[in-house]
Design a protein around this ligand. Structure first.
Ligand code: S3P
Length: 423
């Protein structure tokens, strides 16, 4: 091998969430190796423990989970509301699971999560037969009263893996058939993992159909590294441009790696070396070389496979030659912050010309080093994107806080220092 820097990333957030929930629903013991131990996944594990699931510490390298089985009857009714912290994935998955449990429970979260849209999840689950008490504005807290559910055929208006997974989980737990179509294919981890566990889940274009099973077995999963975390280091390596960087054992599911295609189009030299599979999920090593970037157009069809990477792609676009436009990005308004508005405001604050419209974002690249103060909105991906931009030679970027990366990537600043040392 070369003298390239090599980094082992934290376990994938989406896969860790799914592994925890599916292990909680399995019959028997599961072992999850290399899980992500961050605030979001600890919120998920914490709520599952409150429902009576035995889950060992996420920090120990391997998590052991004793499942409660399907049917919903094995979980305990919680005495107080279930707090999902900042995690939209936890809140939405658990709404699906609780819809099939024969009692009432309340889901809540931090100030950001309480503002995020939940009616999109409640609507199909209500059609399946669960009852909900919701706040007047779309958000949390929500009380869900679950029980026996009906099968559903549902056409979603948004491409959302959290919505799709909530409905698949409700069908799995209640043992009823579900079919869900979405306008564009969102990440398909839930479908792949369920198939790997022997559940008949058919994927036909943008439609996923689940046929009920009696039980799912306990399993072992080695969680590959998070491509969304990798994207920040890929960007930092491209900006620092000093030597080759290798990111090892990363999840390279094509519904997650849209950012690689866009970066290649912008002129980046990135290769993926095949590294096998883990519970139906393709794994690989990413090798990032040097390259100068130019602007590009990102189409609405490309967005679901790079939805979480838009903040970091936008800061890279700010350093590229020419203009980059992202189409079909209105979903960014309802992420951990209003990412569309905040991205544009922050890019302008550091001297980059940028316009946010209702459904698009335009960034004009500049050779001038970025300088100024950034409001992260307590959003982990906003903080990490602008920390990366701060590694452009000559830059002076100050963040309003440095703690939010703990939501998804607790070791972020250490890894960033390795790939692109400050100053
Ligand atoms: C996720 C799905 C996406 C993504 C989020 C994680 C998942 O959200 O933005 O960070 O693990 O299913 P939507 O389902 O709202 O698109």
């Amino acid at each position: 091998m070369t003298t390239a820097k090599s980094v082992l990333l934290p376990g994938d957030k989406s896969l860790t969430h799914r592994a925890l929930v599916l292990a909680a629903l399995a019959t028997g013991v599961s072992e999850i190796e290399h899980p992500l131990a961050s605030l979001d996944t600890r919120s998920m594990a914490g709520v599952l423990r409150r429902l009576g699931v035995d889950i060992s510490s996420l920090r120990g390298g391997t998590v052991r989970v004793i499942g409660k089985g399907l049917g919903g009857g094995g979980f305990l009714q919680p005495s107080r509301s279930l707090n999902c912290g900042n995690s939209g994935t936890a809140a939405r998955f658990l709404l699906g699971l609780l819809a099939a449990c024969p009692w009432a429970a309340t889901i809540t979260g931090d100030a950001s999560l309480r503002r995020r849209p939940m009616r999109r999840i409640v609507k199909p689950l209500r059609q399946m037969g669960a009852s909900f008490t919701e706040p007047p504005t779309d958000g949390l807290p929500i009380e869900v009263r679950g029980g026996a559910l009906r099968p559903i055929e549902y056409r979603s208006e948004v491409a959302s893996a959290q919505l799709k997974s909530a409905v698949l989980l409700a069908g799995l737990v209640a043992r009823v058939r579900v079919r869900l179509s979405e306008p564009l294919l969102s990440r398909d981890h839930t479908e792949r993992m369920l198939r790997a566990l022997g559940v008949p889940v058919e994927s036909n274009g943008t439609t996923a159909s689940l046929t009920p099973v009696e039980s799912i077995p306990g399993f072992r999963m080695d969680v590959p590294g998070d491509p969304s975390a990798a994207a920040f280091l890929v960007a930092a390596a491209l900006l620092a441009g000093r030597e080759e960087c290798v990111l090892r054992h990363v999840a390279v599911n094509p519904t997650r790696t849209g950012f690689l295609a866009v970066l290649k189009r912008m002129g980046a030299r990135i290769t993926v070396h095949d590294g096998g599979e883990s519970l139906g999920e393709p794994v690989g090593d990413l090798v990032v070389g040097r390259g100068t970037l130019c602007g590009t157009t990102v189409t609405a069809q490309e967005i679901p496979a790079l939805i979480d990477e838009i903040p970091v792609l936008a800061v890279l676009a700010a350093t590229a030659a020419g203009v980059t436009t992202f189409h079909g990005v209105s979903e960014l308004r309802v992420k951990e912050s209003d990412r569309l508005g905040l991205l544009a405001a922050n890019l302008r604050a550091v001297g980059v010309q940028c316009e946010a419209h209702e459904d698009s974002l335009t960034v004009e690249g500049t050779a001038a080093p970025p300088k100024g103060a950034v409001d992260t909105g307590l959003d982990h991906r906003m903080a990490m994107a602008f920390a990366v931009l701060g590694r452009v030679p000559g830059a002076a970027v100050r963040l309003s806080e440095y703690d939010s990366p703990g939501v998804s990537y607790p070791d972020f600043f250490n890894d960033l220092d390795r790939v692109a040392p400050a100053g």
